[in-house]
Write a protein that binds this ligand. Structure first.
Ligand code: ATP
Ligand code: ZN
Length: 304
């Protein structure tokens, strides 16, 4: 008997990102900040990794969880809303969870909210009993309704959910909201948040094996460094030793500052990596407390 044909081993890592849309550019920029570069194919669906064997597949965001589940891609950048909706849908259909959130990426922030017409006097979720709620997120909405013990009808719409109440298709909606301007324009008001979402790096539930596993580890290390320094600044200044107790409380978000003694005097040079915003106000407060020669420098890279 001949041995079973084995699938060819893929040793390049493949990451799915959105082809166009809100997450497309920030996803590419974040991966590029991890030292990845690509050669684009003519059809602009596949980017061949040049600096590392890490390729990109450019797809619709809704396809990303399925591509990971099927093993076509190893990782993907997708909204938590899409990942959890499709995960919930799979589990609802009796399938095993095949993907999970590996890292939150800090962009594409929005929330999945329940909104009702402005005219409603909102008292609480029980008001939804017997009502129709339009959404593109049936699994997440159904889970939430079940958790609240509310029997309402979920009306599945693939787009333009916010006009459903005006069209008489539903009494309330459950949709993604960032500024809330779309809701206001449609005489709706958000009343509950079902999920806080942002772009995430999604990957399989199981760890990847061999070469692709090592590449994923390398990428995660770089990604963690890139995410850590995203809003970080290096602050340099001088001060005399006696004002140090006044200065340190002004740097609560800084890692333990490096303190260097300047030649033969009471003077110190300090270097602090701040993870929060270094605003003008903060610099002025530091100066008032005795810091001199304040300098703020961008941080290009960090490997812990
Ligand atoms: P595709 O053509 O890839 O299917 P799409 O129209 O489904 O694109 P986008 O509108 O680009 O997707 O949104 C992608 C993701 O951006 C959303 O799933 C969500 O995670 C995030 N997002 C951030 N803010 C908003 C918002 N105000 N409305 C919708 N999505 C938002
Ligand atoms: Zn989509």
């Amino acid at each position: 008997m001949s041995p079973p044909a084995s699938t060819p081993v893929r040793d390049r890592l493949r990451i799915a990102i959105q082809k166009s849309g809100r997450l497309a550019e920030p996803a590419r920029a974040l991966l590029a900040s991890c030292g990845l570069s690509w050669r684009e194919s003519r059809d602009r669906l596949f980017c061949y990794g040049e600096s590392l064997p890490v390729d990109l597949l450019l797809v619709r965001d809704d396809d990303i969880p399925g591509l990971i589940a099927d093993g076509v891609c190893d990782l993907g950048v997708v909204g938590r809303n899409v990942l959890l909706e499709q995960g919930g849908g799979r589990v609802g259909n009796g399938a095993a969870p095949a993907f999970r959130e590996w890292r939150a990426l800090g962009f594409g922030g929005c929330r999945l909210a329940l909104a009702v017409p402005d005219a409603w006097d909102w008292q609480g979720p029980e008001q939804l009993t017997g009502k129709r709620i339009a959404t593109s997120y049936p699994a997440l909405l159904s889970q939430w309704l079940a958790g609240q013990g509310i029997a309402a009808e979920v009306v599945l719409l693939s787009g333009s959910v916010e006009i459903a109440p005006r069209l008489g298709q539903a009494e309330a909606i459950c949709d993604l909201v960032s500024s809330g301007a779309t809701l206001t324009a449609n005489q709706l008001k958000p009343v509950m948040t079902l999920l806080e979402s942002e772009a995430v790096l999604a990957g399989p539930v199981e760890t990847l094996d061999a070469a692709r596993g090592e590449l994923a580890e390398l990428l995660l290390r770089r990604l963690d460094g890139a995410l850590r320094i995203r809003h970080s600044k290096l602050l340099l200044f001088q001060a005399s030793r006696r004002v140090l107790p006044d200065l340190l409380p002004l740097l609560p978000d800084a890692e333990a500052p490096t303190v260097m003694q300047l030649d033969g005097a009471d003077d110190l040079a300090l270097q602090a990596l701040c993870h929060g915003a270094v605003t003008w106000q903060r610099l002025e407060d530091l100066k008032r407390a005795g810091a001199r020669g304040l300098m703020v420098l961008p941080v290009e890279g960090m490997l812990a």
